[in-house]
Design a protein around this ligand. Structure first.
Ligand SMILES: [Zn+2]
Ligand SMILES: [Zn+2]
Length: 153
């Protein structure tokens, strides 16, 4: 008969240099848990946009909620006056990052457009490349403020 595991007191953060008490059943303390949620890795403090390779993919997937249809962006969403704005991955657009991660590089001058008209969607199957001309019909609604000026996505 195995013995019921005995309580060993509060669990400590899995990071050896931290060892603060954990949040609920998590492996990490509150600070590192938040980092894990936000970036997919408890050690990361950098801007998401600077993450590369496997870290970028992990962070991206940690912020994505997949349904059979659209993949919803759980991260920061750009403020938009009239409708829901685009998801942001650090300083980058989440749907553009999705395209690059799952489909490949975006050729210069092309835009990543949504088949599904859901600006928060990052499902690579719903994304396609187009020119600003293709985007023209939606331009007014998709126009967003970014940096110093207006530009379409
Ligand atoms: Zn910690
Ligand atoms: Zn979609």
């Amino acid at each position: 008969m195995p013995r019921w595991p005995q309580s060993t007191g509060p669990k400590l953060c899995a990071l050896p240099e931290c060892r603060k008490p954990t949040v609920n059943y998590w492996k990490y303390c509150a600070k590192h848990y938040m980092r894990y949620l936000r970036h997919g890795d408890p050690q990361i403090t950098k801007n998401l946009a600077t993450l590369e390779g496997e870290y970028r993919l992990k962070a991206f997937e940690g912020l994505t909620y997949r349904t059979w249809n659209c993949w919803f962006w759980l991260g920061v969403v750009q403020k938009h006056e009239k409708s829901i704005g685009y998801g942001l991955f650090g300083s980058l657009y989440a749907h553009r990052v999705a395209y690059e991660l799952y489909r490949g590089p975006i050729p210069e001058g092309l835009q990543v457009l949504h088949h599904c008209d859901n600006p928060r969607c990052v499902n690579p199957d719903h994304l396609f490349l187009g020119t600003s001309h293709d985007n023209k019909k939606d331009e007014a609604s998709k126009r967003i403020r970014f940096g110093r000026g207006w530009r379409t996505v």
